[in-house]
Ligand binder design. Structure first.
Ligand code: ADP
Ligand code: MG
Length: 144
């Protein structure tokens, strides 16, 4: 497990960028954090680290947003509005999860039963005692 403390959105972006630069094809990341924690900021950093120039935000009307312009495909899932894992079957999630790109899933706890055996979990937490802009970001390996 690696733990990083950041004190500004820029620092969180740079951590994401480092993750994106080091990412390898086929990896899957889950992203956990409350509203306003910095999930989008971190995701934008990851996209930059993958060489994606176009703007990245949360996929609002679709479950997955695909970016092809980086050094490998980037599959950005937000499953917050999903009703049932069957919706994941319908979009053919396995092609993404087990493909040659990198997959990032926000609200992955809602689809826990279809997560692969091995993935990395990124968790962003605030601690108001440390200041409004403080974030603790942990990356851990999950092997079910
Ligand atoms: P989420 O996608 O998790 O809802 P966002 O990334 O959209 O959150 O927003 C995070 C907000 O918190 C932004 O307004 C950002 O400027 C602010 N912020 C303050 N400090 C940090 C930090 N250390 N890391 C990330 N965001 C921060
Ligand atoms: Mg967001």
């Amino acid at each position: 497990m690696t733990k990083t403390e950041t004190f500004s959105p820029e620092e969180t972006f740079r951590l994401g960028q480092k993750i994106g630069e080091q990412a390898r094809p086929g990896e899957l990341y889950t992203l956990i954090g409350d509203l306003g924690a910095g999930k989008t900021v971190l995701t934008q950093g990851i996209a930059r680290g993958l060489g994606i120039e176009e703007p990245v935000s949360s996929p609002t009307f679709t479950i997955v947003q695909v970016y092809e312009e980086g050094r490998m495909p980037f599959y950005h899932f937000d499953v917050y509005r999903i009703g049932d894992v069957e919706e994941m079957e319908e979009i053919g999630y396995e092609d993404y999860f087990y493909g040659q790109g990198i997959t990032l899933i926000e609200w992955a706890n809602l689809i826990e039963e279809i997560l692969p055996k091995h993935y990395r979990e990124i968790r962003i937490e605030k601690d108001l005692e440390r200041g409004f802009d403080y974030r603790r970001i942990t990356v851990s390996e999950v092997a079910g």
